[in-house]
Design a protein around this ligand. Structure first.
Ligand SMILES: *Cc1c(COP(=O)(O)O)cnc(C)c1O
Length: 399
């Protein structure tokens, strides 16, 4: 056994003995990152095409984020929500501007995606306490009890039943949503992702999205879009709904907003902004100056460096480069911008991801037949080239 084998065994054993048994076995012990690359405890380098699952928008250790967080922590990391801070107000204003919610919009800050969805569930109840909440089959919205009730996957839900009552799952079809609204009991809200990330980067039909907007508007139900994975510029728009030509009543954001510093937010549009009254929701950490300063730095840098354009351009570049491989295992590339799902013809996604990791590339098997890519928005020609080189080998060697 070499010295590095000992290190690996030690961290895996220590992890297994200290971490809750709900945690899967870690793939590597990572030590540091810079730009689009990370290094493990053996100083092996990896190209990071998962970005902490669509979180590291600016990659690793970006100076804009390092400076903002370092400066803010030296000023005040946290002050309680009895007080306001400048970074908090600035981030709320920025999110209202970028989302187009504008002057009528409002922002609630939490600390994660699930908390943004919890706020959305409470917003739905405020809209209609006796109404159903409609979510989609194959949708993912988080693991806390409220967000889990909206999450479709039975294996995640069943060990924790009974779920929050009043939630119903439907197929993402015009027929199914029309049927849901035809029922006697009203609908309080429809909650959905426009690109279902955990399901394997599956885009909803435009016709269904438009019909969902029409029906919710007609029936006084809220249309709440989960932009936790798609937001912060990842799809080439600030938020995916902007590419779908609709205006929702609320969006939930988290993941990429603060580049790795925990944050979540619910952004309301128009009349939905009046549903909560003083004291009806809150969070100790939510909107603290540390997290919001990080959010300002990340969104500010995305704007300054033109990373929306880069996400759209690199996404197209990656799509055509993957298809150009003409590999028999690849049958399609789904998604938009830098949220891509490579659809495989065989159940080998986990083997491909494992082989890629050994070759120095981090990608994710979202399911047995999908490789999900969510790299930092800063990738350039060099990263696309290295990715294609390693990915082609991983496809070859995983067969
Ligand atoms: C990750 C994710 C969540 C949950 O976010 P957490 O921060 O893990 O709680 C919810 N919805 C979508 C679409 C996500 O991708």
């Amino acid at each position: 056994m070499t010295e590095s084998d000992t290190v690996i065994e030690t961290y895996k054993d220590r992890f297994a003995e200290a971490m809750m048994k709900s945690a899967p076995t870690p793939l590597r012990l990572l030590e540091r990152g810079l730009g689009c690359y990370v290094w493990d405890s053996d100083q092996n380098q990896y190209l990071d095409f998962l970005g902490g699952i669509a979180v590291n928008s600016l990659g690793h250790a970006h100076p804009a984020l390092v400076d903002a967080v370092s400066n803010q922590v030296a000023l005040a990391a946290h002050v309680s929500n009895y007080f306001a801070t400048a970074p908090q107000i600035e981030l709320a204003e920025r999110l209202l501007r970028l989302s187009g919610a504008g002057d009528d919009g409002r922002v609630y800050f939490g600390n994660s995606g699930a908390e943004a969805i919890e706020a959305a569930v409470k917003l739905a109840r405020r809209n209609n306490q006796h109404g159903r909440i409609i979510a989609l089959h194959h949708g993912f919205h988080g693991r806390t009890m409220g967000s889990l009730a909206l999450t479709a996957k039975a294996a995640l839900r069943e060990p924790f039943e009974p779920m929050l009552p009043g939630v119903e799952h439907i197929e993402a079809t015009v027929l199914a949503i029309e049927a849901a609204f035809a029922e006697h009991q009203p609908v309080a809200a429809v909650v959905m992702e426009l690109i279902q990330g955990e399901a394997g980067v599956v885009e909803l039909d435009q016709e269904f999205i438009v019909r969902a907007r029409e029906l919710t508007a007609q029936h006084g139900a809220l249309l709440i879009i989960d932009e936790i994975q798609t937001g912060a510029g990842r799809t080439g728009d600030w938020f995916a709904f902007q590419g779908a030509g609709i205006v929702p009543d609320a969006i939930a954001v988290a993941k990429g907003i603060a580049g790795g510093v925990p944050i979540g937010a619910l952004i309301t549009f128009g009349a939905a902004s009046d549903l909560f009254t003083v004291g009806q929701h809150g969070s100790t950490f939510g909107g603290n100056p540390l997290a919001t300063a990080a959010g300002n730095a990340v969104l500010g840098e995305i704007e300054r460096a033109g990373l929306l354009e880069n996400a759209a351009f690199r996404g197209g570049q990656l799509k055509s480069a993957i298809l150009k491989l003409q590999h028999p295992l690849v049958h399609e590339v789904r998604g938009r911008g830098l949220l891509l799902g490579v659809g495989l013809t065989d159940d080998v996604a986990h083997a491909v991801a494992a082989r890629a990791l050994d070759l120095g590339l981090i990608v994710n098997a979202a399911n047995d037949t999908t490789i999900r890519l969510a790299p930092p928005l800063i990738i350039g020609d060099a990263e696309v080239e290295i990715f294609i080189d390693i990915f082609a080998r991983a496809l070859e060697e995983a067969q």
